[in-house]
Design a protein. Sequence first.
Length: 199
Amino acid sequence: MSSIQSVCVYCGSSDFVADSYKDAARRTGEQLAANGYDIVYGGGRVGLMGIVADAGLKGGAKVVGIIPDHIKRYEVDHTGLTELIVVESMHIRKQMMVERSDAFIILPGGIGTLDEMFEIITWRQLRLHGKPVVIINTDGFWNPLVALMEHMTETGFMRKPNLPGADDRLYHVVDSVEEAVDLLARLKEAAHKVQTDRM
């Protein structure tokens, strides 16, 4: 991890969720914009995805959406983004989202969000990237999953991380958007210090 400028947000596309999750999505877009981050996400205009994008755009952030053509055909793509990239497949979408991002924030979501979360954590464990992964545990939404991952670690199916650099955790769990943005700032500063010390 060298610097954090662009943050990928993984989250749900459902509109039929509690207001607390929608509020967390709105604050994520607002806080990332207020702190000068660009936003990368899945390109949708519905659910938490659309809320993050709209709040980020309103706050002046550059918001890049990456959406597969087969999803765009359902007319759920966001047409007001800074940049909308249409790709051929989900695999290309996920790869491009990783390449265009310096850190990852995970909000509540469904099975698609789980897929993205596990892939980005797995890739970090395999050292395919060294970018921070931050899970925002709004209203304890991720508690069962966090407990499962801790259980997998305790039973030997998931290794404790031993990663080089300023951030040696596979993932971070925080309770609020503000904690997530503060954490990104600290990790950015720590990474800069490590780089400076090596010079």
